[in-house]
Design a protein around this ligand. Sequence first.
Ligand code: PEP
Ligand code: MN
Length: 337
Amino acid sequence: MIVVMKTNATREQIDHMLRRVREMGLTPHMIEGTERKVIACVGDERFKAPEQLAVGAGVDKVIPILARYKIASREVKPEPTIIPLGLGSLGGPRIGIIAGPCTVESRSMLLEAAHAVKEAGAIALRGGAFKPRTDPYSFQGLGEEGLKYLAEAREATGLAVVTEVMAVEQVPLVAEYADVLQIGARNMQNYNLLAAVGKVDKPVLLKRGLSADFDEFLLAAEYILSQGNSRVILCERGIRTFEQFTRFTFPVAVLPALKQATHLPVIADPSHATGRSDLVEAVARAAIAAGADGLIVEVHPDPEKALVDGAESLNFDGFKKLVASCRKVAEAVGRTL
Ligand code: PEP
Ligand code: MN
């Protein structure tokens, strides 16, 4: 349930309610809105009596929550969460684009890609140093060496670094170099990993699992939020269906549905969703039109020679074209890019 405090509630009244919530065996999370403070009570509330909290001094109302995600919910925090990132932000009126190679292949290709995507208008650089590959014999990434190149590219360009962390024991190392910790689709329900990144003071980019439904996706975000990390970015990257025409199926309706359900920034990954560079730009436009706050796009200096995901990677010209056409769509829906 959610305890909504009156606009003029005092600090003592708020502290008292936080204590009361704890006494009831629930964990309180304070959410500071622009006008009032709200306490989200996390835990099994089925046998708790909301009236006991409703009578507290300074309490406006107590709202039982049906959705199992609470901290992520818009009911708790109606205004959007805006996450500053590199040369822009995610979640505000301005669209933010994260771009770069699927995988850090070498220092020179990464720096070349970083300069090119910055020039074209990206705010952050993507690139995997630890790669979750379906086939154990394919290239697994450069590891820490790749992280060092990403940090060097950030120094050179001002772009934020977004990179995947695959295991709990990698979290401290990746957090040392990255600005955003990416949780890959295959790890969306790795609850130990979600809990670990929930304790780090860096934003987390959470990709939707290949077969995860809407609620499971939001509950995975809730796991991270419940550990104290309030900066989670949701990424729709396509789901597994019977359709083999594209690599995955991009469910465009999920974008406005997520924006209704949660205050967190929502971005789209048209690269993995389609698996085809000739479809990436059109799907990116659709995502912006449907309300996405940003994109994560694979860009490679020479896609034909990419070690990973070349078929879905744009070259620099293709990415420039994508940004220009998404800018028109952003303006048409009242946003900027
Ligand atoms: C990626 O973005 O590098 C990636 C592996 O994507 P996903 O986890 O969505 O498959
Ligand atoms: Mn990829």
